[in-house]
Write a protein that binds this ligand. Sequence first.
Ligand code: GLN
Length: 227
Amino acid sequence: DVHIGILALQGAFAEHQVMLKKVPSKRKIVIILVRTQDDLASCNALIIPGGESTTIALLARLAGILEPLREFAKKKPIWGTCAGAILLASAIENPKKGGQELLSGMSVTVARNGWGSQVAPLEVEGLRESERPFHGIFIRAPVVTAIHTTPSDPPIVVISRISTSLLPSSQTIVSPDEDDTDPRDPRTIVALRQGKHLLTSFHPELTKDNRFHEYFVTECVFPSLLS
Ligand code: GLN
């Protein structure tokens, strides 16, 4: 059996559970709602849901699993959605006053609340039936503002970008006379992978489409069991 945990301290963990249950898999997937160090220790992989990143981090500290989560991120796959994506990052441009704890699982810098409330059809590389757009739901989601891999880090693989014309006005491209579709502006990145980890700034768990959950299981979790 493969044990996939969902961090269940705050946020949309129940929604992830519903979606994960529907993933077709040759191997039995056991879902663990993670609230303690023991829960975490039994997992082969983890999903961190959307919600509120500082609240999740605070509750994780109170539960004594903040450090174990950092250790987990060094070894096993984590998928962070929205607030979970913030936690996975290694730097944040606008932390909450008083500071904000991160897991530093991925070599990206994010800015909180960069997106408003919006939906956007997304093209995602590697998703099953990728010609069918994925309905991206953004709720005050983080924006990726920089990528800072070192030569010893696994490379970042961008799997989905949003059109720059959909960037919220606070995120307007600095040089508007440039080509509107500059593919390398990090702020257009809405889904990326680094090694075994997956980051989405939007909320696949709030749709009825579980292709992202399937993607995490087949592209991140299963391969990590072999290594
Ligand atoms: N803005 C939230 C945060 O800072 C994330 C929002 C979300 O998960 N929908 O954690």
